[in-house]
Design a protein around this ligand. Structure first.
Ligand code: C2G
Length: 130
């Protein structure tokens, strides 16, 4: 039984998010997703996400490819989350390439290519401009 773990904000859920989650799940037998909390986003990006963490977790938990979700409160606690969920593989998009190599001592670390031409930021820009 191989457990895959991944992390993200997944704000204004789009097909790029779905693609990485589907591909992450295909690398193992179960997929656990750490959804970053609103407070973490305010620290990390200087603004709250459009959707609250409760809503983002509800969306992610409803996906066929996802077996469990939890709130990610701190970027620095990734090692604890990996151990708590007994993850064998950490998957991240390649915008994070190399950033999590330190966890290779406790699990396999795989970076998957991002889906081109779509992002939460670009969706927000289009909606704002309309
Ligand atoms: N992603 C993707 N293709 C896109 C957009 C996003 O593959 N077009 C991936 C990202 O690479 C990431 C995941 O979807 O692996 C979630 O993206 P974000 O919501 O932007 O997550 P981020 O804010 O980078 O949070 O601990 C790490 C953070 O919580 C990651």
């Amino acid at each position: 039984m191989k457990t895959v773990i991944t992390f993200g904000t997944f704000d204004v859920f789009h097909v790029g998010h779905l693609n990485i989650l589907t591909r992450a799940r295909a690398l193992g037998d179960r997929l656990i997703v750490g959804v970053s909390s609103d407070a973490l986003n305010i620290t990390k990006k200087g603004r709250a996400p459009i959707y609250s963490d409760a809503e983002r977790m509800q969306i992610i938990a409803s996906l066929k490819c996802v077996d469990g979700v939890f709130a990610e409160h701190s970027l620095a606690r990734k090692g604890d989350y990996i151990r708590e969920h007994q993850a064998d593989i950490l998957v991240m998009g390649d915008d994070w390439l190399g950033r999590f190599d330190g966890y290779k001592t406790i699990c396999e670390v795989i970076y998957l290519p991002r889906t081109p031409s779509i992002s939460t930021t670009s969706i927000i820009e289009v909606v704002k401009g309309s």
